[in-house]
Each structure stands twice: as C-alpha cells, then as structure tokens.
Design a protein around this ligand. Structure first.
Ligand SMILES: Cc1cc2nc3c(=O)[nH]c(=O)nc-3n(C[C@H](O)[C@H](O)[C@H](O)COP(=O)(O)OP(=O)(O)OC[C@H]3O[C@@H](n4cnc5c(N)ncnc54)[C@H](O)[C@@H]3O)c2cc1C
Length: 389
C-alpha cells in the first residue's frame, strides 16, 4: 500500500534517487546487519559515493550545498525504506558545525575530503557519565600547553567512533567556577580519531538494545594541536547548540520516515490477515490506533518542515526543532506500537523487521535529547515559566 503524506510532493528528485539507492539495500540487508551487530559499510559507502553524505557541504568544497530541509528528506527516505539513518546521520549534523563555525583553513582542509568520502566526520562527543543531560557541568577539561591542548576526562554513549575519522569534542577550557555564565568556558575541537586512539584516547564499545555503534571514551592526556579548536575558545557550547538543532530536525525526519514505514507495513498486513472470517483491519479497534498514529505523524511532519524552513533561513528555530523532535519521536513510537500489536505474534519474528524498527525508533525519546528536557525547554524558553533546574 502507498499513501500520500504532507511532504510527498516536495523534493521529488531527491526522494526518487534515495529510494532507488535504498532499493539496492532491501530489508534483508538491514536485518542481516542487525543480527550480526555489524556496521552497514556498503550502504554508507553507496550513500557517500552518490554524494548524499555531502549534502550540506557547500559546492565550493565539493559538496552539493543543499539545505537542512533536503538533508532531512534524505534521512527520512532512508528510514521510510526500512533502513536506519543512525549509522550515518552524524555526518549531516556535525557538518553544519564545521561549515558554520570552522575557520576557512579548517573548511579547506577537511570539507573536500569529507565530500569525497576520504574522511568521515560521524562522531560528536558531548555526553558524560556523571553529568548526563546537565551539559554545562561536563568535567572533561582541555588545558592549553604551548601549541597544544591536553585533554583529560570521560565521555559516554559516543556513537560511530569506530566508523569515523574525526570527532567533534566538547570540553571545558575554563573551569565552571571561573565563568560568569555556566554556558561559557566550553570549547569544541576536531579530534583526529586515528591519531588519538591508543595515544591518550581509549574506546570501550557499549553493547546496547539497538545495533548502534556507541562507546565509552577515556581521555588520558590526549594532546591535540591548537589549530583543531573550532571557532573561539570558550564559545563552544553556543556552536554545539547550532549542531544540536540540526540534529533534532534530522532525527525528527527519521522518526517520520519510521512512522510512515510502520503505518504502511501494518496497513498492508491488517488487510491481508484474516481472523474470525474477515480481515482484522475491518475492525475499528484495529483501524483507529493506526488512523490515530497517521494523524500524529502527519502533524509532526508539518512541524518538521517549519523547523527546517527557519533553520535554512538562518532564523532562530530552537523551539520548532525541539517540538518537531518531540512530536515525531512520540508519533513514530505510537506507530511502532500499533504495528507490533496488529502483527500479533508475527511482530516478534525478526523476518518481519517490525521488532528491529520498533527497537530503533524507541531510542529517539531518550536520545539525543529526552522528551522531558524538551518540555522543560518549551516551558521555560517559550512559555516563560520559572526555571526548574
Ligand atoms: C544509543 C545512544 C547513542 C548516543 N549517541 C550519543 C553521541 O553520539 N554523542 C553524545 O554526546 N551523546 C550520545 N548519546 C547520549 C544521549 O544524548 C543521552 O543519553 C541523553 O541526552 C540522555 O542523557 P542521560 O542518558 O545522561 O540521561 P539523564 O540525564 O541521566 O536522564 C535520565 C532521564 O531522566 C530524565 N530527567 C533528567 N533530568 C530531568 C529533569 N530536570 N526533569 C525531568 N526529567 C529529567 C530524562 O528525561 C531522562 O530520560 C547517546 C545515547 C544513546 C542511548
């Protein structure tokens, strides 16, 4: 079954080209990768070769110079086709941090190589085990010594490190008790992972519910050259937020792709599955949860396009990016539940892919920002309610 949705008429060329590429990597491919807990190397290589991973890189550095809206369409189509953009979406939102805040020298050094696929920028190190969502309390320190920064500290849940050449790292350059505002005194750096691993950086993989390569990182006097500082020292938190808004919008689009996948899958199934002498989809008890979740995915999609529009226009979009992520993650999870429920026992069988996509989409109510934190942001920054933490 196919149905039209809010964004279907937009960006037809991109959609059709990504759909054609994804068709070469059918559900069996992603299922096999999931079962083996492997990385979809061939899929990511094909996306890179086709230029999709360089969508946000300006043309003068070898990319296609597209906006966040187009990038989000690419991610949506991957998930809608049954894949999981989590293997590669880091490159999209990390890229914007480098494009917007990197020096001309850094852009020239890295962007053409990332565009060609010679280098991957898939990782971003923010979260720490003892501070969690309370990012301004991070303890990882970068101390300037001559022409180098020396990094000490720990990060957790840092994804795709083993499949990336570069990582954007957030560290404190001024201790918290010496800054006027807690959001100051943090800086971002480009870490050359191949140089760093074994020379001050230790990577411990974390086995988790999803086939998502993520790790604990230990920094023990890791030295990085001063030219790897991105932007101005002490302003890193502000730069990271630009990337985080992009990340929220892209993940909203992925959830929307997941949502449509679940709705299509379950709608097809309930028309075919006959119990009590008629298709189960004839029962309103089955129809309504599916219809409800479709309404919610469509509504989330409208907010996603609004967030994209603002971001691409360079306008503030924190509220819209957060709301799009909140709505889309919730809607895709409801769609996942309906899809699993109405597949009955078959929903649990790996060969239907429902249980895999169910696990994959569940992540997005926790990471990269939990739904509670979004509500807190809206309460405080949009509604002007008293700050709660
Ligand atoms: C598979 C995976 C991949 C990830 N990849 C990356 C990555 O590449 N880079 C990176 O930097 N991070 C990454 N993360 C980390 C992710 O961003 C965090 O897990 C997420 O932000 C939540 O932080 P936490 O786990 O420390 O939860 P905590 O901060 O400990 O919060 C736990 C729960 O408590 C609730 N909570 C906390 N404080 C409040 C409050 N004040 N009010 C109400 N509720 C509250 C939250 O809703 C949350 O669900 C990843 C996580 C996972 C699971």
């Amino acid at each position: 079954m196919t149905f039209r949705n809010v964004g279907d008429g937009n960006y037809r060329e991109i959609r059709e080209a990504v759909q054609a590429l994804c068709a070469e990597f059918p559900a069996e491919y992603h299922r096999r990768i999931d079962e083996a807990r492997a990385y979809p190397e061939e899929f990511v290589a094909a996306l890179t070769e086709a230029g999709w991973m360089a969508a946000l890189i300006p043309e003068k550095y070898g990319g296609s110079g597209l906006g966040l809206t187009e990038a989000s369409v690419i991610m949506e189509e991957i998930n809608r086709a049954g894949g999981n953009s989590g293997a590669c979406h880091g490159q999209m939102y990390n890229m914007n941090t480098l494009v917007r805040h990197g020096s001309e020298e850094q852009r020239q050094r890295y962007l053409p190589k990332i565009a060609s696929g010679e280098l991957r920028l898939q990782s971003m190190g923010v979260t720490e085990p003892t501070t969690g969502t309370d990012t301004t309390k991070i303890k990882t320190m970068a101390v300037k010594k001559g022409d180098r920064y020396v990094i000490n500290g720990q990060k957790v849940w840092i994804s795709r490190v083993q499949h990336s050449d570069l990582m954007i790292l957030l560290a404190r350059t001024t201790p918290l008790d010496q800054v006027k505002k807690k959001s100051e005194g943090m800086s971002i750096f480009l870490v050359d992972l191949k140089d760093a691993i074994g020379n001050g950086l230790t990577v411990n993989p974390i086995l988790n519910m999803v086939n998502h390569e993520t790790n604990e990182l230990f920094f023990d006097n890791l030295e990085i050259p001063e030219e790897n500082l991105i932007g101005e020292e002490g302003q890193g938190f502000k730069y990271i937020l630009t990337g985080l808004n992009a990340e929220r919008v892209l993940i909203a689009a992925e959830c929307i792709g997941d949502g449509y996948w679940f709705i299509e899958k379950v709608s097809d199934y309930v028309k075919e599955r006959n119990v009590f002498g008629r298709p189960i989809g004839q029962n309103q008890g089955v129809q309504f949860p599916i219809a409800e979740t479709y309404i919610e995915v469509e509504a989330a999609n409208l907010m996603r396009y609004e967030a994209c529009r603002l971001y691409d226009a360079g306008e503030p979009c924190g509220a819209q990016a957060n709301m799009a992520k909140y709505l889309a993650a919730k809607a895709s999870w409801e769609a996942a539940n309906a899809c699993l429920q109405f597949h009955g026992g078959f929903g649990f069988a790996c060969e239907y892919d429902v249980e895999r996509k169910f696990r994959e989409t569940r992540l997005y109510q926790v990471a990269p920002i939990s739904s509670n934190m979004i509500m807190s942001y809206i309460a405080e920054h949009v509604l002007g309610l008293p700050r709660s933490y």
